[in-house]
Design a binder for this molecule. Structure first.
Ligand SMILES: Cc1cc2nc3c(=O)[nH]c(=O)nc-3n(C[C@H](O)[C@H](O)[C@H](O)COP(=O)(O)OP(=O)(O)OC[C@H]3O[C@@H](n4cnc5c(N)ncnc54)[C@H](O)[C@@H]3O)c2cc1C
Length: 504
């Protein structure tokens, strides 16, 4: 099952296991069971601390396997074969059950250990989903730390009936005690914030009490991380407030144009950005959404948690997010057939009919990828021609199960109250409305700047981008003067920081 390279790597990892591990598998005669059995036997052969117990059935989901300590109370199970993006989740689960410490901050570990109650989590993932491993790994770790937390990670493509019955149309989807808990990428801190609402208030109080920063960076993507590092290296008192540290790169597995790094994965890059930032004295405040900017000598940034931060200078680096179609039905059927991540959610539409909205590079790439999984793809483009690179268009046209419709404006998402059943588009030249019956819609129409919260405070372009001067300073909408307080800069003749003395 595992090739020689993977075995060598895994063997090296498993040397860190300090406590015995017991894997208990629920198997039957299916091919997938045999595949799982092969994987588990390979794992057992790599460490004398791991034993395998095989049962015929024995769990509500077969094939599946649990990882525990002999006689232990850890309730951690994989229903499906955790290869692809989930292989790391399997390795981490083995290490953590085997006594290897996690890198989670000690105060967060304590918070997990002190959670009281009964938490039965079920996570639906797909093997091609880039957002799923974070959630699977977070909940696995929580299950290792606290026996009151149980977690099963379920491959939606393998348990298709279950996915249909529970109407899971987007991964990762997490159920807690049988009820929908959350969808999308989450780490331990986000899960804790949802479980323990007191934690959000406690954090808000802590943030509120902080003294003013010299530089406050709002946004924790590559731009925010770079700004924070540059500021902190100059000795400036720097903070970063970010809704989701890492930003957009968290949503991609393949980055090949980061010069000097031939190839990396988004979540890996995001983790490295965070490590780099934390090497300096930067106060990183993750999971904090800014909602209001109040200019002044000390600029105030109000957060969604109710807390406020003050700073002499604010750097705005809030990046962008997927653009929505804003048509009736889109929000109602989000995650019930309307999706934005083809890699993540594509496998849930195996054998079904889907549409991709948008004929740029992302839309055409999505259509090509989906065509290999689903029964049929309809690509809908507003313009009279596709805008994707020619090489992609050629590939798209070579696929037998793709139909391209141009000059078409999607006007409505149709559904039966539970899930998407089709879409309506207007043929722009004739104005005629057409209905396409389908089960999934992947929206790929570009990105939107995260600047709504700055409206009226700084000047924005009609597309919502911040208009800046030649020193990257935004302007207030009413005047041509910079909206922020004067920035600081170093005096060349001394190491002190002085206010920028240049006339404006
Ligand atoms: C699927 C995908 C694949 C990509 N692949 C590549 C690639 O291969 N190569 C490449 O060069 N680029 C790629 N990109 C583009 C690249 O990720 C972006 O150019 C880059 O992330 C932009 O960095 P940023 O810091 O400006 O903004 P972002 O990454 O968007 O980060 C914005 C930050 O601001 C935070 N934020 C937003 N609003 C608020 C608020 N109100 N309060 C607090 N925080 C807020 C966000 O949570 C986030 O931390 C890809 C993007 C995507 C989505």
């Amino acid at each position: 099952m595992l090739d020689a390279d993977l075995k060598t790597q895994l063997k090296a990892y498993l040397e860190r296991v300090t406590q015995p591990i017991e894997i208990t598998a629920s198997l039957d005669d299916s091919d997938k069971s045999r595949e799982m059995q092969g994987l588990l036997q390979d794992i057992v052969s790599l460490s004398d601390k791991i034993t395998l117990i095989e049962h015929r059935g024995g769990d509500e989901r077969t094939p599946s396997f649990s990882i525990n300590r002999p006689g232990g109370e850890i309730a951690l199970r994989f229903a499906g074969i955790p290869m692809g993006h989930e292989f790391t989740s399997l390795v981490l689960a083995l290490l953590q059950v085997g006594g290897h410490p996690s890198k989670l901050a000690q105060d967060v570990i304590e918070q997990v250990r002190h959670l009281d109650g009964d938490y039965r989590f079920e996570t639906y993932f797909s093997l091609s989903c880039q957002n799923c491993p974070d959630v699977v790994q977070a909940l696995n770790l929580m299950a290792v730390l606290n026996p009151k937390i149980r977690h099963v990670a379920i491959d939606g493509a393998l348990f298709q009936d279950e996915v249909d019955r529970r109407q899971v149309m987007s991964v990762p989807t997490v159920f807690l005690n049988g009820e929908t808990f959350a969808q999308g990428r989450m780490g331990v801190e986000e899960i804790l914030a949802r479980l323990d609402t007191g934690a959000v208030e406690r954090e808000a109080r802590k943030i509120d009490a902080k003294p003013a920063f010299d530089v406050l960076v709002v946004g924790g993507g590559p731009a925010g991380a770079a700004a924070a590092i540059y500021a902190a290296r100059k000795g400036i008192v720097t903070g970063v407030a970010a809704e989701r540290f890492g930003g957009q790169v968290l949503d991609t597995m393949g980055i090949e144009n980061f010069i000097s790094v031939q190839e990396t994965e988004g979540p890996k890059l995001a983790a490295q950005l965070e490590q780099h930032v934390r090497q300096y004295e930067v106060d990183v405040m993750n999971l904090q959404r800014a909602e209001q900017l109040i200019p002044g000598e000390l600029i105030e940034v109000k957060l969604a948690s109710g807390a406020s931060l003050k700073s002499r200078t604010v750097i705005l680096s809030t990046g962008a997010r997927w653009r929505q179609m804003h048509v009736p039905g889109e929000n109602e059927y989000r995650n019930k057939g309307v999706a934005y991540c083809p890699h993540c959610d594509g496998p849930l539409f195996k054998g079904k009919r889907v549409a991709v909205i948008g004929g740029g590079n992302s839309g055409v790439e999505a259509a090509i990828d989906l065509a290999g999984i689903v029964a049929h793809v309809t690509l809908i483009e507003f313009d009279s021609q596709l805008r994707a690179d020619e090489v992609l268009q050629r590939k798209l046209r070579s696929l037998p199960n793709v139909k391209v419709i141009v000059s078409a404006q999607t006007t409505e998402v149709l559904g039966d109250g539970q899930r998407v059943t089709g879409l309506v588009y207007k043929d722009r030249p004739s104005g005629d409305a057409h209905t396409v019956p389908l089960e999934g819609i992947f929206v790929q129409i570009g990105l939107l700047p995260n600047t709504e919260w700055l409206k009226g405070v700084v000047e924005l372009s009609p597309r919502g981008e911040i208009i800046v001067d030649d020193r990257a300073r935004p302007r207030s909408p009413a005047s041509s003067r910079p909206a922020t307080a004067r920035p600081y800069r170093t005096s060349r003749s001394s190491s002190r920081w002085v206010k920028d003395p240049r006339p404006r």
